[in-house]
Design a protein around this ligand. Structure first.
Ligand SMILES: Cc1cc2nc3c(=O)[nH]c(=O)nc-3n(C[C@H](O)[C@H](O)[C@H](O)COP(=O)(O)OP(=O)(O)OC[C@H]3O[C@@H](n4cnc5c(N)ncnc54)[C@H](O)[C@@H]3O)c2cc1C
Length: 517
């Protein structure tokens, strides 16, 4: 298949990029692929909302900039922070024009408060903001005749100079598992966009869906694309302890914004001794506070008490949490909720410029898989959907001019070899894949998680190396399967996180090594 643009990932980043480009360039041919169904990814699970300055009487760009820089702990790129904050409101209006609904009060956007924000500025749709955005964007994307949508198509590897006769340091598309055709197909494109989201599945507890295995990062790593700040993994302080169908469920920060309080199992409101902002301190501080309590007490959770919030507010603001907690026997608002920290957001990723282009020409990375400089050492709550909105539009503008430059022709793309057609199997998963995945998750959680030590990192490095060698053996001996494809990426990214962690000698934001305390 030959296209102008290949977009890998159909969350907020990939979809808004494609809509922007298609609106102004109906002649450009695009294909969007997603690993699972179109709507599965981190976006649909976002509960809190988008941080945008929209009430200019009370709030200001300067306040949002200040809050972002403060959460990022001195590591944000101030120029990036400024343009993201300043462009946010315009991007939000586009999202609304494309059919996304947000809660309003007296005909104005209803703004919620979240940890680390000095003003109420989170636009939201109940506690299902992400789902609302994802569904509206999918409906919108289907209106463009020049966009082809392919579900259950999984990126395996990027096509680069290595697969061609050129030495242009360019990306020419990707090899992709087509579950429909039951083989690995070649999709060539003038521009390739990675919008593959995060890699929370590297850890035992994660708020991300299972498919968040860092595939875009893994493929970029094999294509020698520059990646930065991978060890800055944000753990959400409050995920529901009991899992639902094997998945960890997030309890939004907005609940603490509305008055939820944290207690250890001895009944002490421990966050008061950790930070003057207590439960509303930035995520890293709250997550470490909870993890430290868990390590001190017998039980592996703490309590989140929402009894100050009345049932009417629960029903109107937090209906999904209310329903989910009820389903596991927690009676709200009376009962406290058992919570644990869970891997939530990758602040690091593929290093990109202010137009979201990577160091490999023709390869853009947007959203959670990228490292733009916005988040620094810690992401401010609800700034990631904002980042996706701002960078997808910037990337679309840049791609528009990139397409006018002289690029390889059809003959060149035709000359790129197919993936060895016989090397994929969808029939059965290799037995050891599941256990190696579990072993990797446990290692990452114990030694490369919220708290690290130099000794632990060294141990993890050696163990990951062993897993890597086993995975390589399997890869060389067997046909590629979906599970092997994921594990190959997970082990590469685990290794990179561990190696980069060893190079960091100070504690900042979400990164914490006991040896530098
Ligand atoms: C529970 C939860 C709550 C959150 N709440 C908020 C919030 O309130 N506010 C906020 O700003 N942020 C929030 N976040 C973070 C935010 O949702 C994500 O950072 C953002 O949605 C990422 O969007 P994305 O488009 O970059 O990636 P995603 O939405 O994760 O989309 C990734 C896409 O890539 C595709 N993909 C992945 N691998 C492959 C592959 N190998 N081949 C083909 N396709 C692939 C997937 O199928 C998917 O379509 C939350 C995250 C979670 C998990």
């Amino acid at each position: 298949m030959i296209k102008d643009i290949l977009v890998i990932g159909t969350g907020i980043s990939g979809l808004t990029f494609a809509i922007h480009l298609a609106e102004e360039n109906p002649e450009v041919s695009m294909v969007l692929i997603s690993k699972n169904e179109l709507n599965e990814g981190n976006t649909r699970y976002a509960q809190g909302g988008i941080a945008v300055v929209s009430d200019f009487k009370k709030d200001s760009f300067e306040k949002h900039i200040e809050d972002t820089l403060s959460a990022g702990d001195g590591s944000c790129d101030p120029e990036v922070v400024r343009f993201v904050v300043e462009e946010g409101n315009e991007r939000l209006q586009e999202l609304i024009a494309w059919g996304t609904e947000f809660d309003t009060k007296k005909q104005k956007l209803d703004l919620a408060h979240e940890a680390g924000h000095s003003e109420k500025r989170i636009v939201h749709y109940k506690d299902k903001t992400g789902l609302q955005i994802q569904e509206a964007l999918i409906e919108k994307i289907k209106t463009f005749p020049n966009i082809q949508l392919l579900e259950r198509h999984t990126l395996v590897d990027l096509i680069t100079d290595h697969h061609s006769k050129l030495k242009a340091n360019r990306c020419y598309g990707a090899y992709v598992i087509s579950q429909e055709e039951e083989k690995i197909i070649k999709i060539t494109a003038k521009i390739t966009v990675l919008s593959t989201g995060g890699a929370g599945s590297l850890y035992s507890h994660t708020t991300n869906p299972e498919i968040a295995t860092g595939d875009g990062l893994g493929a970029a790593y094999r294509a020698r694309v520059l990646m930065e700040r991978l060890p800055y993994v944000q753990f959400h302080p409050t995920a529901l302890k009991p899992q639902i169908n094997g998945q960890t469920f997030l309890i939004t920060e907005a609940l603490r914004g509305a008055g939820g309080k944290l207690f250890n199992t001895a009944g002490e409101r421990f966050m008061l001794k950790n930070d003057p902002r207590a439960e509303l301190a930035p995520r890293d501080i709250v997550a470490r506070g909870i993890q430290a309590e868990i390590q001190k007490q017998k039980e592996d959770y703490v309590w989140l008490d929402g009894s100050e919030i009345d049932l009417k507010q629960w029903k109107s603001h937090f209906p999904t949490i209310l329903e989910t907690c009820t389903s596991v026997g927690i009676e709200l608002p009376k009962d406290p909720i058992p919570v644990v920290p869970a891997a939530h957001y990758f602040c690091g990723g593929i290093k990109v410029n202010s137009s979201s282009e990577s160091n490999l020409k023709g390869l853009y990375a947007i959203g959670e898989c990228s490292m733009t400089g916005l988040h620094g050492a810690n992401r401010l709550a609800s700034n990631s959907l904002l980042e996706s909105l701002v960078f997808s539009r910037r990337a679309a503008k840049d791609v528009q001019s990139a397409l006018k430059q002289k690029l390889p022709d059809h003959d060149f793309y035709n000359s790129i070899p197919e993936w060895d057609g016989d090397s994929y199997s969808n029939s059965s998963e290799i037995k050891s894949i599941k256990s190696l995945r579990l072993e990797l998750q446990q290692l990452m959680t114990k030694y490369v998680g919220i708290f690290k030590t130099n000794e632990g990192l060294e141990f993890a490095e050696n163990q990951i190396d062993k897993i890597y060698k086993k995975v390589n053996l399997i890869y060389n001996k067997h046909k590629l399967t979906y599970g092997l494809c994921e594990l190959r990426n997970m082990v590469s990214i685990a290794y990179l996180i561990t190696k980069q962690s060893q190079e960091i000698t100070e504690n900042r934001g979400v990164f914490y090594n006991h040896d530098y305390a």
